[in-house]
Ligand binder design. Structure first.
Ligand SMILES: Cc1cc2nc3c(=O)[nH]c(=O)nc-3n(C[C@H](O)[C@H](O)[C@H](O)COP(=O)(O)O)c2cc1C
Length: 194
C-alpha cells in the first residue's frame, strides 16, 4: 500500500475480536512510531494483558462518568459502552509532565503508528479516553502496573488489532462527518481550558 492510500483508507475501528496482533507486526508499527519527528523524550508502552486492559477500561469509564465534559458523560452512559471497545492491544504514549513538546511528540508518533498499522492491514483507533483512567484516582496505580515512570503523563494512545480495514473509498458525505468531529474536538478543548 502506498502512503497516500493508507491515509485515505484509515478509519477508526471500534469493534474488536480478542485475536491478538502478531509480534512482528507490533514491532514494525512501534518502530514506525519511534521514527516520527520528535523534540524531546517520550515513552511508548504496550498493554496486552487482559486484566490490565479491563482495569484501564473500568477506570476510564468511571472517569468519563464523572467528567465535566458532557459529551464524555453521554458516551459513558451508553448501555454496554466499553471505552477500549475490547481491543486486544492498547499503545500508550506518555512523556514527562514538563516536557515542552510532549504532546506533539506523542501525537506524531501515534499517527505514524496508525498509518503503519493501516499499511499492514491492522485496525486502529486513536484514543483520548484512557486519560480519564490515567488522570483519575486509580491513575498512579495503573501507571505503575503498566511500567510508566513517575512524572510521565498521558498524551496519546492507539488501539490496535489484526482486524483488516475494509472501509470503502470515502464518500463525499464524509466531509460532513469530519466537520462534526472538528466541532466535537473544539468543545472538548474549550471545556479543558475553563
Ligand atoms: C484527540 C483525539 C481524541 C480521540 N479520542 C477518541 C476516543 O476516546 N474514543 C474514540 O472512539 N475515538 C476517539 N478519537 C477518534 C475520533 O473520534 C475519529 O478520529 C474521528 O471521529 C474521525 O473518524 P475516523 O478516524 O474514522 O476518520 C479521537 C480522536 C482525536 C484526534
Amino acid at each position: 500500500m502506498q502512503t497516500l492510500e493508507a491515509i485515505e483508507r484509515r478509519r477508526s475501528v471500534r469493534s474488536y475480536r480478542s485475536e491478538q496482533v502478531r509480534d512482528e507486526d507490533l514491532e514494525r508499527v512501534l518502530q514506525a512510531g519511534l521514527r516520527a519527528p520528535h523534540a524531546g523524550p517520550f515513552l511508548v508502552s504496550v498493554v496486552q494483558e487482559p486484566t490490565l486492559l479491563r482495569d484501564i477500561a473500568d477506570a476510564a469509564l468511571e472517569g468519563m462518568k464523572n467528567s465535566p465534559v458532557e459529551f464524555l458523560r453521554q458516551q459513558a452512559a451508553t448501555p454496554g459502552y466499553n471505552p477500549l471497545y475490547g481491543a486486544p492491544t492498547l499503545i500508550l504514549l506518555t512523556s514527562p509532565a514538563d516536557a515542552m513538546n510532549g504532546a506533539a511528540n506523542c501525537a506524531l508518533a501515534a499517527e505514524s503508528i496508525i498509518l503503519a498499522s493501516t499499511d499492514l492491514g491492522l485496525g486502529t483507533c486513536y484514543m483520548g479516553s484512557p486519560s480519564s483512567a490515567l488522570n483519575g484516582p486509580r491513575g498512579k496505580d495503573l501507571a505503575r502496573a503498566i511500567g510508566i515512570p513517575d512524572g510521565y503523563v498521558f498524551r496519546s494512545s492507539v488501539l490496535l488489532s489484526p482486524s483488516g480495514i475494509h472501509a470503502p473509498k470515502q464518500p463525499i458525505v464524509h466531509h460532513a462527518a469530519r466537520a462534526d468531529a472538528l466541532s466535537m474536538c473544539t468543545s472538548i478543548r474549550t471545556c479543558t481550558q475553563e
